[in-house]
Write a protein that binds this ligand. Structure first.
Ligand code: TR5
Length: 123
């Protein structure tokens, strides 16, 4: 049986849905039945990986009633950090949402950033 976390609603016009489907190539670093992680095309740190749900959700606002999938995304971010070797030194997980949050791709994603000392300011 497919759980809500792993169901596969797709937006055919969405960039990250196309990456998840393999229709647009990516440098994938992790995947499971609910989540895919791939390197950001314009990295802002030596390690910059995007963690996205396979299912299309526009932004973090759509995760309000999705505790299982939210947990899967966070768990995947921590796995990516370990796979990338930044877990001991530390890293940042960030989610941009909407206009003021400077979200540019409308498929919810966690940025995993690390590999150097990151600046302290977030806003
Ligand atoms: O600004 P937000 O938080 O929405 O983050 C979107 C991220 O997607 C940015 O850091 C972009 O650099 C990244 N991005 C954009 C494209 C892209 C990508 N990462 C991997 N592969 C990508 N492709 C193939 N095309 C993009 N336009």
């Amino acid at each position: 049986m497919t759980s809500r976390a792993t169901s596969n609603a797709v937006d055919p016009d969405c960039l990250f849905c196309k990456i998840v489907a393999g229709a647009i190539p990516s440098d994938q670093v992790y995947a499971d039945d609910a989540v895919v992680a791939f390197r950001d095309i314009a990295p802002q740190a030596p390690v910059h990986v995007l963690v996205v749900p396979r299912r299309h959700l526009s932004g973090i606002d759509d995760l309000r009633d999705e505790p299982a999938l939210s947990g899967r995304l966070l768990a995947a971010a921590a796995k990516v950090a370990r796979l990338e070797g930044v877990d001991e030194a530390g890293y940042r997980v960030a989610v941009n949402h909407g206009r003021h949050g400077a979200q540019s791709v409308g498929h919810v994603h966690l940025h995993v950033l690390g590999g150097r000392q990151l600046r302290g300011e977030l806003g």
